[in-house]
Design a protein around this ligand. Structure first.
Ligand SMILES: Cc1cc2nc3c(=O)[nH]c(=O)nc-3n(C[C@H](O)[C@H](O)[C@H](O)COP(=O)(O)OP(=O)(O)OC[C@H]3O[C@@H](n4cnc5c(N)ncnc54)[C@H](O)[C@@H]3O)c2cc1C
Length: 491
């Protein structure tokens, strides 16, 4: 196993949140067994232990504040891909890119994951990622069949979907060397896409508690995943619309056609005028004003192609899309071009924040569909009032936008943080979530407190302590470590 310390550590101590990290040592195991020995050392000396994968996270969850970091990047084995059923058995360091390349010859791909292909399987499961195709495919949760989990107490367990269900909130699960007997937290999460704190529902499957637990309950060492069939073909669209009103109408229309089974886009995304402005220099084809809707339409059988294309052309015309500038892409090169355009926005934002040395101040808010326009108006009003540069874009099909402030210095960053809290307060009042896909990490702990009262967050800490009684794993993620017995009074 490689270890790093001193100045070699720097690249391991940041993700796209830009919050500063610190570690005394980084372990980079080549085999799962090596994690056991690193963990045993840390357990014996009560040294904080954080695990990271691709470090593309946006909340600092995989970035340590002290102690040791274990980067699973070298655990890259794809043990198998079943060519008939599309089931992949992989290690946590496998990148999305590598997984897709290995799956493609068998006719499979992974649709429900981060748009960032440098993300790795451990991080995808750790954050319960979803992405641009979440409108059709949801999050990675649905596709995880089984996980191997290494606990900080040293046991390794295999959790198979459907085998270990809670009864109400009481979870009892037996494994050869480990038994869980615990009460799950009592909160009820909003009934929309959400990734804010531990999953806790009646009759929860243990595997669903681990998915999205942000590296705080155990270390995932093996993942069994259902891949998706590559569709027969697909076409993508980038529709430029004169204003927001028309973009929203188009989206609502597309959603109602989806509900009636007439269309089934994989992606339904939105760019506000400021997002387009931000990208214009490198993309001169963007019209001088207006907004855009991006979609991906998959086709399962050849006869579906013409009717689906006709539907989208009609939708575009009905809602006033700019016929000259809008793009309908059905060749692999054209699809790649407009997908890259979509992906370039978060990439540019992250680059901008790095250049300005400021922490990410962005929303990951989703609200119930009925509240979307109200939330959007609030974004606009406060965005203008703030006087700060910003862009607003994202997964409009799921009423989930990423409003990103673009602060130019620390002072503006502090101001942005205040507005972010206001946005989150409003979202919660509307029945929404402060984090729909990126998790809470270290950056959004204050925001989680807007969703749940203090005693519910203490229940989360108690749950974490049950899994990690030494209180060493993934500290300061989701809640402050001072809520854990070993760190009480250290604040
Ligand atoms: C340009 C860009 C676009 C993005 N688009 C999306 C998007 O569309 N949708 C989306 O959901 N996210 C998106 N993200 C965020 C990011 O890609 C996801 O959060 C991703 O799931 C993180 O994976 P990672 O491998 O980089 O994990 P890391 O950042 O390394 O870690 C993330 C979390 O997973 C935990 N973890 C890592 N490995 C393990 C393990 N073996 N066992 C237990 N826990 C583990 C870590 O402790 C941490 O809590 C984007 C990021 C960028 C930079």
């Amino acid at each position: 196993m490689k270890t790093k310390s001193g100045p070699d550590l720097d690249s391991y101590l940041e993700d796209t949140s830009n919050i500063p990290g610190y570690a005394d040592v980084v372990y980079i195991p080549d085999r799962t067994e090596e994690i056991h020995s690193a963990l045993a050392q840390c357990r014996a000396s009560r040294i904080p232990f954080t695990v990271s994968a691709g470090r593309t996270g946006t909340t600092g969850a995989g970035i340590p504040q002290s102690g040791a970091l274990c980067s699973v990047e070298n655990l890259q084995r794809i043990h198998s891909i079943d060519p008939d059923r599309g089931i992949a058995v992989i290690e946590p360091g496998v990148s999305l890119d590598d997984l897709n390349q290995a799956a493609r010859p068998h006719g499979y791909t992974l649709r429900a994951a981060s748009t960032e292909w440098l993300a790795r399987a451990g991080g995808i499961v750790g954050t319960c990622a979803s992405g641009v195709r979440g409108f059709k495919y949801g999050s990675i949760r649905t596709y995880i069949r089984s996980l191997d989990l290494l606990l900080t107490t040293g046991e390794s367990i295999t959790i198979r979907r459907g085998r270990h269900r809670a009864c109400g909130r009481k979870l009892y699960a037996e494994f050869p060397r480990k038994t869980f007997d615990l009460i799950l937290p009592g909160y009820t999460a909003p009934g929309i896409k959400t990734q804010a704190g531990y999953r806790a529902t009646n009759d929860l499957d243990l595997i669903d508690l681990i998915i999205g637990s942000e590296g705080t309950l155990g270390i995932i060492t093996r993942i069994v995943l259902q891949l998706q069939k590559i569709p027969f073909t697909s076409f993508y669209g980038l529709l430029f619309l004169p204003d927001e009103r028309r973009a929203f109408r188009l989206v609502e229309h597309a959603r109602s056609l989806t509900a009636r089974g007439i269309l089934c886009p994989a992606a339904l995304e939105y760019f506000d005028a400021r997002s387009l402005e931000f990208l214009r220099d490198e993309n001169p084809f963007i019209p001088a004003s207006g907004t855009a809707v991006y979609f991906e339409q998959e086709i399962e059988r050849e006869p579906e192609y013409e009717p689906a294309m006709a539907q989208w052309v009609q939708l575009a015309e009905t809602h006033g899309a700019d016929a000259g500038q809008s793009i309908l892409a059905d060749t692999p090169q054209e699809r790649e071009r407009i997908f890259s355009f979509r992906h370039s926005l978060p990439q540019h934002i992250n680059e901008y924040l790095r250049q300005h040395r400021v922490v990410k101040r962005a929303t990951d808010i989703a609200v119930p569909r009925r509240a979307f326009r109200q939330m959007y108006r609030y974004y606009k009003t406060l965005g203008e009032e703030s006087g700060l540069p910003y862009v607003n874009f994202g997964h409009i099909g799921e009423s989930h936008l990423h409003f990103n402030f673009l602060p130019r210095n620390k002072k503006e960053e502090r101001k942005a943080k205040k507005y972010l809290i206001l946005f989150c307060e409003r979202a919660v009042a509307l029945g929404g979530t402060v984090s729909a896909e990126h998790g809470i990490g270290k950056l959004k702990r204050d925001l989680l407190r807007l969703m749940y009262p203090a005693h519910r967050i203490r229940e989360m800490a108690a749950l974490k302590h049950y899994f990690d009684p030494h209180d060493i794993l993934g500290l300061d993620t989701i809640f402050a470590k001072e809520l854990l017995p070993a760190w009480r009074g250290h604040g």
